[in-house]
Design a binder for this molecule. Structure first.
Ligand SMILES: [Cu+2]
Length: 225
């Protein structure tokens, strides 16, 4: 618990602001928040997931509790990229002819970020050490072999091309983006990875939209019946 509290303080301090000076000022505040967080963690200990660094994230079951219309969801954690701190949740709902993607993230550089579904249900480094590389390339079950905008026709984009979203000045993003067309009945997003990139997707460059480093990733799980 002690290492968890220290980690929580560091995390709260870092995400609260980018200036080291202000982070110091916030440390006392962060300690109080961390104490509260510790209580919450203790309550959720039965299903909490602890990573190698001792950080505790929510579970996909928690995401489904919060979003009862979601059919698939992922808990996003930072990749191994230096300075990566993107974390939160992404959930997926069906809509008429499309897909609704609910994004709730923090620890982001303010501004636009690419979000994609990558092929593999894995978030670790690639064989060459690339952060998030184990997720492979964009999910492309229709073999379009063509990167594009999420609003393009199915043969002009990968199904995993979810476009961009905007992070606020405080590094958070809470929004729902609509992807259409998207054949949700035929293609399930589960058992793939949702990837958050450091940069903006230019919506055309093959194969990845020139979106930069992979900074956050989560394996997408289906809701159990
Ligand atoms: Cu990507």
């Amino acid at each position: 618990m002690r290492s968890l509290s220290l980690f929580a303080v560091a995390l709260l301090g870092l995400s609260a602001c980018q200036s080291a000076e202000r982070a110091t000022d916030r440390a006392a505040e962060g300690a109080e928040d961390a104490a509260d967080a510790t209580v919450d963690v203790a309550r959720g200990a039965a299903d909490a997931v602890e990573d190698a660094a001792g950080a505790v994230f929510g579970t996909v079951a928690d995401v489904f509790d919060d979003d009862d219309s979601a059919y698939a969801a992922a808990v996003v954690r930072p990749t191994s990229a230096a300075g990566a701190s993107a974390q939160g949740t992404v959930s997926f709902r069906e809509s008429d002819g499309g897909l609704m993607v609910a994004i709730s993230l923090s620890g982001l550089r303010p501004g636009p970020h690419a979000i994609h579904i990558h092929q593999n249900a894995a978030c670790g480094p690639g064989e060459d050490g690339t952060p998030g590389g184990a997720a492979g390339g964009h999910w492309d079950p229709l073999s379009s072999m063509d990167h594009g905008a999420p609003t393009e026709e199915l043969d002009d984009k990968h199904l995993g091309d979810l476009g961009n979203f905007e992070a606020e000045a405080d590094g958070t993003a809470d929004m729902v983006v609509a992807i259409s067309p998207f054949p949700t009945a035929e293609y399930n997003v589960a058992e793939h990875a949702v990837m958050i990139h450091e940069g903006r997707d230019d919506l055309e460059s093959d194969p990845g939209g020139d979106a930069g480093t992979r900074v956050g990733c989560g394996v997408i799980e289906a809701r159990m019946p």
